[in-house]
Design a protein around this ligand. Structure first.
Ligand code: DX5
Ligand code: ZN
Length: 221
């Protein structure tokens, strides 16, 4: 099983997004945090910026929608150029329909869980998904402290995925850094979002390389 690194442009300079995207060209994905100031208490960017980013970089876009009414908006992010679209189950009226629409439009469908949302009720939905995102901070801001209390949930999610023989990626997002990435990888995560740990580093490309090396060494698969 391979390890993937998805630098979050939330920690980048928004006035220089094209350059910031190019600064992490060795990354597997570019993580784009869409926030609407309703689902989370912060406001970031939306469809026009995703469209422009898609034109500006060859790195596939991993759009994380922290918005209300993903039922209405998620498919449009595929049209805007996202290769993976993550919606929050807490905001979704019909998660199966959203996942099917994302896939039908040609992107990977992913579902996110806030720290207080258990994974077990969604066991039967797993075949509809290409990735599960376990939040390791309360969503809304970059640079928060990693929540160690999420490690058991990462482990249980990995067990569920394996028990069903599924190939779903398990992404972690929030406070992932050189200090915490090994714990996440040992618990079974294979896709790692990192904002501050990449864009706060002097050399973002080198930070991606170093994080990948740590995750590969610690991954239990
Ligand atoms: C937080 C966002 C994250 C954020 C992570 O709500 O979903 O993607 O950018 O930033 P760090 O890695 O700095 O915690
Ligand atoms: Zn995110």
């Amino acid at each position: 099983m391979s390890v993937q690194i998805s630098p979050s442009i939330l920690s980048a300079d928004f006035a220089r997004l094209a350059d910031e995207a190019r600064a992490v060209e060795g990354a597997d994905w570019l993580h784009v945090d869409v926030m609407d100031n309703h689902f989370v208490p912060n406001l970031t960017l939306g469809l026009p910026v995703v469209e422009s980013l898609h034109k500006a970089t060859g790195t596939p876009l991993d759009c994380h929608l922290m918005i209300e009414d993903p039922d209405r908006w998620a498919p449009a992010y595929v049209e805007a150029g996202a290769s993976s679209v993550t919606f929050h189950v807490e905001a979704a009226a019909a998660p199966v329909r959203i996942a099917r629409e994302i896939r039908a439009k040609g992107a990977r469908a992913s579902m996110a869980l806030r720290p207080a949302t258990p994974v077990e009720p969604y066991e039967d939905l797993l075949p509809e998904l290409d990735m599960l995102l376990i939040m390791t901070v309360e969503p809304g801001f970059g640079g928060q402290r990693f929540l160690d209390i999420m490690l058991p949930k990462i482990r249980r999610t990995r067990e569920l995925i394996d028990r069903h023989g599924l190939q779903i990626w398990l992404q972690v997002d929030g406070g992932v850094s050189a200090e915490t990435i090994e714990r996440c990888a040992e618990a079974g995560a294979d896709n790692f979002v990192a904002g501050n740990a990449v864009y706060g580093a002097g050399d973002p490309a080198e930070a991606v390389r170093a994080l990948r090396e740590q995750a590969v060494a610690a991954h239990r698969h």
